[in-house]
Design a protein around this ligand. Structure first.
Ligand SMILES: Cc1cc2nc3c(=O)[nH]c(=O)nc-3n(C[C@H](O)[C@H](O)[C@H](O)COP(=O)(O)OP(=O)(O)OC[C@H]3O[C@@H](n4cnc5c(N)ncnc54)[C@H](O)[C@@H]3O)c2cc1C
Ligand code: FES
Length: 347
């Protein structure tokens, strides 16, 4: 199933629209409030100004309106490419406004392998306001000038957990030219500029109230960062929710906080943890293989679960493809990958 991104300006609200959906249908599914009246291209209450993209229409009224007045009727428009429209006062549900600030770098600690835990403190009186699962942009020196790089926030917001609301935890994997430069900067600088929050692969109380399904969380490598934030947030909001965590790494060194998910599973009977490495090696007593293979061993029907997937586009799309025969659908899957690496067509 092809998914296109529709960006609604000026808020920048993003809707992921399947090829069989109109913009209005996708917006409703994702909790974005667009006014709907006739739902048939007549009343025009759902109109926005066309900015970019290609569309098919469920009836000829939509096509006429676009050609004549550059207006897009969301109830009949089906995007055929990524698209952009202008509609004032439309925001993603539970939207948190973007904030830019200089944070104190309070600790940089090596964990295991090449992964560091970086702890930031927002300025006094300015708590970090985000939902579990969101990410931030760090402004760091580049070869020429500066660049902004995305990092998952590994902690849950203090407003939910009762912990320090100024604290932000990151897990950063060093080892490439860019990430080594980031780490060198973070180790010597007292502060770093951040912008947050970003990403719609996140949870909030209304999300948990609307979606009662068991949750499957899959992470590869430092994708565990996002899972940690999600799990800590969910445990604070709904500690009895059924959760299955699959954390996969190439080798044993990748489990840079190996004891943490084990301690969650010991503490919560409804939380199940499965560490996985790609190939069995000496001293490994856990499971081995691809994430989807291990999930295949554990589940026969995935039509009534919700999945959060944190890792590379290959991992996310590969897992989805392999688990579709068990009933998993993209509508029940959440990942930042769908926004930053949309797949034009499934091979
Ligand atoms: C939305 C988003 C969140 C990211 N969060 C992190 C993070 O928490 N920690 C981190 O080290 N890098 C993260 N990255 C990658 C990071 O922004 C830089 O790409 C990287 O630090 C630069 O080094 P590189 O050239 O080796 O990047 P890459 O080769 O692109 O990535 C290097 C490492 O980043 C990890 N990574 C990539 N995407 C994510 C992700 N969504 N969540 C967690 N890890 C990811 C990969 O597993 C890999 O270990 C994230 C990227 C995106 C798009
Ligand atoms: S809702 Fe009436 S035209 Fe779209």
């Amino acid at each position: 199933m092809t998914i296109h991104t529709v960006t609604i300006q000026p808020s920048g609200t993003v809707i992921h629209c399947r090829s069989d959906q109109t913009i209005a249908e996708a917006a409703e599914e994702q909790g974005v409030a667009i006014a709907i009246g006739c739902d048939n291209g007549v009343c025009e209450i759902c109109r926005g100004e066309y900015l970019d993209g290609e569309f098919d229409f469920r009836n000829s009224l939509g096509e006429q309106r676009l050609k004549q007045d550059n207006q897009l009727l969301c109830c009949v428009a089906q995007p055929r490419t990524d698209a952009e429209i202008f509609m004032s006062d439309v925001h993603a549900p539970h939207h948190k406004p973007e904030m830019a600030m200089a944070c104190q770098i309070s600790a940089v600690e090596p964990l295991k392998g090449n992964v560091y835990r970086v702890t930031l403190l927002t300025p006094a009186g300015q708590p970090a306001d985000f939902w579990p699962g969101q990410y931030l942009m760090l402004t760091v020196p580049a070869e020429q000038g500066e660049q902004q790089l995305p990092y998952s926030i590994a902690s849950a917001p203090g407003a939910l957990t009762g912990e320090d609301a100024r604290r932000i935890e990151l897990h950063i994997a060093a080892g490439s030219e860019t990430s080594d430069r980031v780490m060198a900067f973070l180790k010597q600088s007292p502060t770093v500029r951040v912008t947050l929050p970003f990403g719609d692969c996140r949870v909030h109380p209304q999300f948990l109230a609307d979606h009662a399904e068991p949750l499957i969380m899959i992470a590869a490598g430092t994708g565990f960062s996002q899972i940690k934030s999600l799990v800590e947030g969910i445990l604070a909001m709904e500690p009895e929710r059924e959760m299955h965590i699959y954390w996969s790494n190439r080798g044993q060194d990748g489990f840079y906080l190996a004891d943490l998910p084990i301690s969650w599973a010991q503490q919560y009977a409804n939380l199940h943890y499965h560490p996985i490495i790609e190939q069995h090696s000496d001293g490994w007593h856990g499971r081995a293989g691809w994430i989807y293979q291990v999930i295949h061993e554990d589940f026969t029907d995935l039509s009534n679960v919700r999945m959060f997937a944190c890792g590379s586009p290959n991992m996310v799309y590969g897992t989805l493809d392999q688990l579709e025969p068990l009933g998993l659908s993209i509508n029940m899957m959440h990942s930042d990958v769908f926004a930053y690496a949309p797949r034009p067509d499934k091979a």
